[in-house]
Design a protein around this ligand. Structure first.
Ligand code: SF4
Length: 264
């Protein structure tokens, strides 16, 4: 794992201590102090998700069910991966920063993915999940998986953007045999139970928003960004994090899910 970027003089840091699903989580969060787009706060949320995932991984190992995911197994990278508007814009910027040859290669994979999803009749829903019937999300996942579509960032069965991968990619771990992930229609999967902070992070730019509607497919992130220019406001980095933590503290039932304390 790439070490976190060293704090810049204009950054502020805090240690966040929360309890999620009975487990104590501690993460050091660093954000720019001044007004920034929400993408600049994403690394801090990635740090928090990493801490949550590490804690879940330790707990499942201690319970005698170690995680079976290994580098070189990219089976889950052919599943439908939902990313937020903020993550889609961050991925666009990541691709734009690649050397020209690699950028062209990755963009070509995105174009091919869009064509495959268009031919399968899935592209329209995936670019705008609000149009999806509410009871069809699992069916959509299976139809997507049937395309056997590699994530545009999958290279040699490994994630080529591992330090920058979306939040939901971090949260997907299994204890079942790797082979089962290649046949999710038929085989039993045993995912590790991990609080889905990625879903809450979809509302960074719309704190009251519906997490079920605020995503697009990772494989369509570039065309999604082309159709949805970045209109997010500039806010101080801590304001983005506080809004996310507020949302974290209000789960679907309105009950607090975390007792939190942040210290500088
Ligand atoms: S971003 Fe990386 S981890 Fe996520 S689906 Fe793509 S290749 Fe897999």
């Amino acid at each position: 794992m790439r070490p976190p970027r060293p704090p810049a003089p204009t950054d502020v840091s805090a240690t966040l201590r929360i309890e999620l699903q009975g487990r104590k989580i501690e993460a050091r969060l660093t954000v720019p102090a001044g007004p920034v787009k929400p993408q600049a706060a994403l690394p801090a949320i990635q740090s928090l998700v990493n801490a949550v995932v590490d804690s879940a991984e330790r707990a499942t190992a201690a319970a005698g069910k170690p995680v079976s995911c290994r580098k070189g197994c990219g089976a889950c990278c052919r599943q439908l991966v939902p990313v937020s508007d903020v993550e889609a814009h961050a991925l666009r910027a990541l691709v734009d920063a690649m050397p020209a040859e690699r950028k062209a290669r990755v963009e070509a994979r995105f174009s091919a993915a869009a064509e495959t999803l268009q031919a399968a009749g899935l592209k329209e829903f995936l670019l705008n999940p609000r149009r999806l019937p509410t009871d069809d999300s699992q069916g959509l996942g299976f139809r997507y998986f049937e395309q056997r579509l590699d994530c545009p960032f999958l290279e040699d069965e490994a994630c080529s953007i591992h330090p920058d991968r979306p939040l939901v990619c971090r949260e997907y771990l299994v204890t079942s045999p790797a082979a089962n992930c290649s046949a999710i229609e038929a085989a039993e999967l045993a995912p590790v139970e991990i609080p889905k902070l990625s879903a809450l992070a979809r509302t960074m730019t719309d704190p009251g928003g519906d997490v079920a509607a605020r995503w697009t497919a990772l494989a369509l992130a570039l065309p999604w960004v082309a159709a949805n220019p970045d209109s997010a406001a500039l806010k101080p980095g801590p304001a983005w994090i506080n809004a996310f933590l507020d949302r974290l503290n209000r789960n679907a039932t309105g009950q607090p899910v975390a007792g939190s304390a942040a210290t500088g």
